[in-house]
Design a protein around this ligand. Structure first.
Ligand code: GRF
Length: 203
């Protein structure tokens, strides 16, 4: 079956852009979904000629109805894999279960340190000398699933949130396409919390 990727994003969408710009991954992005009206990610999708859908939670009676609509949309579009790219909502068990082993998230810290929505700020506040980027499979817990790729980024003297985030982004934009490529090509071997990335076939 041909892989069809959906990217879920709430904000700027620079990671979405990195996925769109990767020739192999970009060709597989079939749908972009956002929960925020006006999210820059939607604009990036449209500009790339990719279907962009807004599912505004305010238009649904409750969280379950919003997630049902999301699942229906993914099914309707024949989505086989999902990449969360700055999607600021916690996904419930039904969505997680439907895409178990086929859904990735990217997070701007070396998990399990600094999970949550303010990872960069929290790392700076803690005074760590090294932080980084984590790509992991999504499970029921926030920023928790098996780790696929990680890379360290030093915290420099005088760093503020913006300067550190800029360096984290550089790493994110390289790591995420690589991890998503491996996922789409079926090259992730998962044993419990351990993930091995199998080498790509030479062609
Ligand atoms: C990234 O730092 C990602 O790690 C986190 O949210 C941010 C999204 O940035 N999950 P962008 O919208 O891709 O620019």
């Amino acid at each position: 079956m041909e892989a069809r990727l959906a990217v879920l994003a709430s904000g700027e969408g620079t990671n979405l852009q990195a996925l769109l710009d990767d020739p192999e991954v970009g060709a597989r992005v079939a749908l972009v979904v956002s929960d925020r009206p006006g999210a820059r990610a939607l604009e990036r999708a449209r500009r790339a000629g990719v279907r962009a859908e807004l599912l505004d939670p305010a238009a649904f009676p409750d969280r379950e109805a919003h997630e049902r609509a999301l699942l229906e949309l993914l099914a309707r579009e024949g989505i086989t894999h999902v990449a969360l790219a700055g999607y600021m909502r916690v996904l419930g068990p039904t969505v997680v279960d439907a895409y178990r082993g086929r859904m990735l998230n990217i997070h701007p810290s070396l998990l399990p340190s600094f999970p949550g929505a303010h990872a960069v700020r929290d790392a700076l506040a803690w005074g760590v000398k090294v932080t980084g980027v984590t790509v992991h499979l999504v499970d029921e817990e926030v920023d928790h699933g098996p780790i696929v790729l990680q890379e360290a980024v030093p915290v420099l003297e005088g760093d503020d949130e913006a300067s550190l985030l800029a360096r984290l982004h550089e790493v994110e934009h390289r790591l995420y396409p690589a991890a998503v490529r491996a996922l789409l090509e079926g090259r992730l071997e998962v044993r419990g919390r351990w993930v091995r990335i199998l080498e790509a076939a030479r062609g």
